[in-house]
Design a protein around this ligand. Structure first.
Ligand SMILES: [Zn+2]
Length: 227
């Protein structure tokens, strides 16, 4: 009852800047329409001897309004942004024609969420992003939740422990099928690297990653004092 009342009296506000009566204002939406860019160069956990393990494209740098919008979506219960962010990753997927268009097919796999995150959010965010990307990629795709981390066995755990418990549920096994790994955010690249490890063990070939946002490349961080 209180919740329903709150939904009625609390005005909708931009998840990026707080402007009233709009889910995401024009200016806070703009970064999500940019062309995708490579985020793997700035991700130390994808670095193998000075070279990137696999290309990971992303849409927006995680800073300022984009950061606030992603946090509101992931942890602020802003389910009204599901469609916006699904569309943003679909546009990015569509833009990868030159990079992925020659592949005969591609399996699209989300990085697994913790069960308690899915419970709390009521939705598996990487999974809806993966589905949306798979529907828009310029190659024949199938989307699959091949990876499932067994949160029950490693409760309250670090991401490393969750991945130790991860199971790859594959039927049939990989047969060298190329795979794109999808996640909401990339920071160090650890989650995508672990997903790639698990997929390789199951006989797949990780060829690309796609995320919604990434920590900005070094050297373009906000200047202290200027927000
Ligand atoms: Zn705004």
């Amino acid at each position: 009852m209180l919740g329903e009342l709150a939904a009625i009296v609390v005005p909708l506000a931009c998840a990026g800047c707080g402007e009233e009566d709009v889910a995401l204002c024009e200016s806070c939406s703009a970064p999500w329409w940019e062309s995708p860019w490579r985020a793997d160069d700035g991700a130390p956990r994808l670095d193998v001897g000075g070279r990137s393990r696999l290309p990971v494209w992303t849409v927006a740098p995680l800073e300022g309004s984009t950061h606030r919008a992603v946090v509101a979506w992931k942890d602020g219960g802003r389910r009204d942004l599901d469609h916006f962010f699904s569309s943003a990753i679909a546009r990015a997927a569509m833009a990868l024609r030159a990079d992925l268009g020659t592949l005969p097919r591609l399996l699209v796999v989300p990085v697994p969420s913790q069960r308690r995150s899915i419970r709390r959010r009521g939705i598996d965010l990487p999974r809806i992003l993966a589905r949306s990307a798979a529907a828009s990629l310029p190659v024949p795709t199938r989307a699959a939740a091949l990876l499932r981390s067994d949160g029950g066995r490693s409760r309250g755990s670090s991401s490393a422990a969750r991945w130790d418990a991860a199971r790859v549920r594959v039927s049939p096994r990989g047969a060298r099928e190329p795979v794109m790994i999808v996640d909401d955010v990339i920071t160090t690249g650890a989650s995508i690297a672990r997903a790639a490890d698990a997929l390789e063990r199951a006989g797949f070939v990780p060829v690309a990653g796609l995320t919604l946002a990434a920590t900005p490349p070094r050297g373009v961080r906000a200047i202290p004092g200027l927000g």
